[in-house]
Design a protein around this ligand. Sequence first.
Ligand code: NCD
Length: 309
Amino acid sequence: MSLIELRGMGREAIASLLDRAEAFLGDDGVFVPPDRARSLEGKAIALLFFEPSTRTRISFELAAKRLGATTVLMRAEGSSLQKGETVLDTCLNLEAMGIDAFIVRHRERDTPHVLAEHLSRPIINAGNGSGEHPSQGLLDALTLRRAIGDERGLLEGKTVAIIGDIVRSRVARSDVHAFTALGARVVLGGPPTMVPARGDDGWGEAEVVTSRREAVAEADAVVVLRIQRERMNNASVDTDAYVRDWNIDEGVVAEELPAHAKIMHPGPVIRGEELSSAVADGPRSLILEQVRCGVAMRQAILGALLEER
Ligand code: NCD
């Protein structure tokens, strides 16, 4: 079994992965119960990161090592990809060396699907261009459910706004599926060039608005996203207008957000562009809690895919 996208995954499958992650969260940090510390002993996990990454890579690496697995890291630079080898050939060779699972980040949307089709070991998609980022969607859902979920671990009756460069965001795509599966209403907000058109595929039931005030007015939580300039093919962005219309600072929080609304961001945060430091570091922010939940979530994912039953 692989983890490539959250689209099409039902409430039960998502909730059971989140439940599994809860077992790894103690009162003050990520926790590995002694009986799980060697649960992936003898497994070798390849981390293939062909696009930049800080949190996702280190979090998967830590998760694997805390469960006793060995990891190998590969980047495009310095590898045979630079001589023209395909990612699939590289992975077939790694599989021949005994790799048990592949965690892959690559700019092409179909890479994880192609790998899953040809390899017999699990593929975990760590970001496929502007496609999906399922472990991020799951860790965001875990963070949200711990912060504002009901006693059944659901988000029914809650509204989550995702604002920023939605169309180029794989995080937004995975978040929409995870949050809606738990029962939340999702509102997507951004400038017209950054939000999906009505009827675009992959956005489920999410509503789309192009004013910040409207996007956040009823939000129990706001997920703030970065402008993904690296996916814009040199199109320019009017940064001043973006900051004026979409940045979340203390004034916006006071005037436009409900008093209890939480703030989330997958990172990296570009301070002053989409989010002010005062809000990112303030009492409503769940940003570092997302990172903390991320390691537990990835331990749960690796366990679910690799532990011997
Ligand atoms: C994101 C990504 O790379 O998809 N970051 C992450 O994994 N936490 C979002 C981004 O780069 O803006």
